[in-house]
Write a protein that binds this ligand. Structure first.
Ligand code: BGC
Length: 714
């Protein structure tokens, strides 16, 4: 296709065309708007045929491409792969896998006619109750940024624009469209902006999505400080910025703040108190509050990116991405993201060991969360079907009992209904389906028991500190206690399987189980992943990207979700930089499971630490040896304990990590982590400062399992 001369095109656009080009074409596939080019996509930009500008399509999201799988009067299907949720992807600590997932999602976008993929999301796990934590990677900005950068590289290698979102300080769903997040510049720079900064530096994403919330008084989509000074002037971002869907309250301010594109457009359809954004921009131009030059800049900024998209390139998409290949990528990512939290000689199960699986989540497995991060895959293998497919010796009678019981419940008064975005609303099923006597009978014929605990959450709502959500229900406790009592009495093992998107309370019930496997929300291959982990076909190598606290009250972000009460207008991030392990480690609070934690079926030794200074960098190298009997992978983590001279600092901060290849028993690998000395700095309120003094560099298997330590004076 002929290369577009942007300057010329803009000079030929009418004022009305420009105004409408910086505003999306509206919420698609709704009754008052014509069908989108790709059914079920999230938005489009204006087509101007006369100037060779095509419709450009935007679609979610972090766990898979979100488009509708079926179209009226069309027998073909348009399914997209459901990958593990972002938190599980981060649990892999494996950049190559993230890049493969990005590549697969990018290919699906391209082959379905989508140009801009609205992912990844890099908000921080500030509080375990945020309803969208599953869509975010981690409580740590470095891990989030590195994972996202690899994902973005993968997506963009397919000629598709990635979009990092939600910029910034959007760590809750309660009143997300209006709440004012009050946060110090230090916490912003070190924690919340950091992942965006890393991605922009490393992967040059084509687009950024500003968030819904206000930041220190101003909507992020209207903040010149954020979108011009920080994003462009400091970080050199060259793509374009868009609003989150219907975000902010002043279109002219958005344009002035270099929020180039207002999505999805025509918000008067939704918020009747507002004019359309186009009207607002027109009025601002008339009153000279906004100049046509400013508008031109926004149009150019959008076009500079969009001319590289498949739509502009005239790409003829196939509507048949390679779903089989991508299913394998999804499986691989999930099998590296499962985290073994506890194992007292319970796992792996041999292929002969007879075991029973309890819990309704074995059938109604949660593959991912709801809202814009939901997915529509061709199939989804639930936990029990995966176990049966892999020929493990699971109790068929118990499985059949669950199948029938759930069918009967759902037929009666436990119906799944659909809310917005087709999201499933599932009244919780009862879990106390077996009496002690019945459990006892099952334990006669089995040598182990699995209990599945599942949770779902999603966009628009935060989770609750209640039974059935953050805490187990009485039923779930009763089941766990009962299983523990009857199986352990006979010397048989009990295993909990956590199918959740974010931490839940574990401390009060963990002792009922000999093993705990965290499979997160693993996407369409859920059951296969769990089966392979419990039988040892896959040696777990996932590590926690987020702390599991003992008590919710241990979490430092006690201001979540803000004041006043249920209808907060303000949320103050008063814990500052002390988020996640930065808090737990500095203030000596013991978690249930710490950041970076995860067990394996083998063991690893760390040796021969070397720290070298090369120009402005530190190069840390060491060897990891598999000292156990099974092949496995290890995630080695580098933490730095910086001197506290003038600036207060966390006890330690993650500064690098490396995952080994699959090491056979006895095999050794030398790993190297390189880091820039300037990245050891703290933000003192004005600038980054690397304080003079002794720095301790420690390498470990988790944040609390440190194996090697060295020092360097800077
Ligand atoms: C979400 C975004 C999403 C957009 C488009 C919004 O509600 O916050 O993450 O990309 O919708 O679906």
């Amino acid at each position: 296709m002929e290369k577009i001369d942007i300057k010329k095109v803009v000079s030929e656009m009418t004022l009305e065309e420009k105004i409408h080009f910086v505003v999306g074409v509206g919420m698609l596939d709704h009754k008052d708007n014509p069908k989108g080019k790709v059914y079920g996509a999230a938005g489009e930009t204006l087509e101007i045929e006369r100037l060779g500008i095509p419709r450009v399509v935007f679609a979610d999201g972090p766990a898979g491409l979100r488009i509708y799988p079926e179209r009226e009067g069309d027998s073909k299907t348009y399914h997209a792969t459901a990958f593990p949720v972002e938190t599980m992807l981060a649990s892999t600590w494996n950049k190559e896998i993230l890049s493969e997932v990005g590549k697969a999602m990018g290919e699906e976008a391209r082959e379905y006619g989508v140009d801009v993929l609205l992912a990844p999301a890099v908000n921080i796990h500030r509080n375990p109750l945020c309803g969208r934590n599953f869509e975010y990677y981690s409580e740590d900005p470095l891990l989030s940024g590195e994972m996202a950068a690899s994902f973005v590289e993968g997506v963009q290698s397919q000629g598709i624009a990635a979009c990092i979102k939600h910029f910034v300080a959007n760590e809750q769903e309660t009143n997300r469209m209006t709440v004012d997040t009050i946060v110090s510049e230090r916490a912003l720079r070190e924690i919340y902006l950091k992942p965006f900064e890393i991605v922009i530096e490393k992967a040059r994403p084509w687009t950024v999505m500003s968030s819904y919330n206000r930041l220190n008084g101003f909507y992020t989509s209207q903040s010149r400080w954020l979108l011009i000074k920080v994003l462009r002037e400091e970080w050199g971002f060259e793509g374009f910025a868009m609003t989150d869907w219907f975000g902010g309250d002043n279109a002219a301010e958005q344009i002035k703040a270099a929020n180039d594109l207002i999505m999805p457009g025509k918000s008067y359809q939704v918020f009747s108190h507002r004019n359309s954004e186009a009207d607002e921009i027109r009025q601002a131009l008339e009153s000279k509050e906004l100049s046509e030059e400013e508008l031109d800049e926004r149009v150019k900024s959008i076009l500079r990116v969009l001319i590289n998209t498949p739509a502009f390139q005239g790409f003829e998409y196939s509507d048949s991405p390679d779903l089989n290949a991508h299913a394998k990528v999804s499986y691989r990512a999930g099998s590296e993201g499962a985290v073994l939290l506890k194992n007292e000689e319970a796992l792996p199960l041999s292929s002969e060991t007879p075991f029973a699986v309890f819990g309704t989540g074995q059938i109604e497995t949660i593959r991912g969360g709801t809202g814009s991060g939901e997915t529509h895959p061709k199939y989804s293998i639930n936990l029990i079907d995966g176990i049966i497919e892999r020929n493990l010796n699971a109790d068929k009678q118990v499985a059949e009992f669950y199948r029938n019981a759930i069918r009967a419940f759902r037929e009666k008064n436990y119906k799944i209904t659909h809310g917005q975005w087709n999201e499933e609303i599932r009244p919780q099923l009862p879990e106390n389906l077996f009496s002690i006597e019945e459990l006892d009978k099952v334990s006669e014929r089995n040598d182990a028991a699995l209990v599945v605990i599942s949770r779902i959450s999603g966009e628009g709502k935060d989770r609750k500190l209640e039974k059935g959500d953050y805490c187990l229900t009485d039923d779930e406790i009763e089941l766990s206690r009962g299983v523990s009592e009857v199986f352990r009495k006979k010397g048989k093992k009990t295993i909990a399987v956590l199918n959740v998107g974010s931490p839940i309370e574990i401390e009060s019930w963990r002792n009922y189980f000999d093993a705990i496997v965290l499979v997160w929300q693993p996407g369409q291959e859920s059951g296969r992943i769990l089966a392979d982990v419990i039988c040892g076909a896959v040696n777990p190598s996932g590590k926690l990207p987020t702390t599991f606290p003992k008590e919710y009250s241990d979490v430092p972000s006690s201001s979540f979700p803000g004041e006043p009460g249920d209808d907060p207008t303000v949320v103050v991030y008063d814990e500052g930089i002390y988020v996640g392990y930065r808090y737990f480690d500095t203030f000596g609070v013991e978690p249930s499971f710490e950041f970076g934690f995860g067990l394996s079926y083998t063991s690893f030794d760390y040796n021969e630490l070397s720290i070298e200074r090369k120009a402005g960098n530190l190069v840390i190298s060491f060897t990891v040896k598999n000292t156990g009997a099974a092949a496995g992978k290890e995630v080695a983590q580098l933490y730095v304990r910086a001197p506290r001279v003038r600036i207060d600092k966390p006890y330690q901060v993650l500064k690098g990590f490396q995952k080994t290849r699959l090491l056979e028993p006895g095999e050794t690998q030398r790993l190297e982590i390189s880091l820039a000395i300037r990245d050891l700095g703290s933000f003192d309120g004005y600038r980054w400062v690397v304080e003079e003094g002794q720095y301790e560099l420690v390498v470990g298997s988790s944040s609390r399992d440190i194996r090697l330590a060295g020092r360097i004076r800077l």
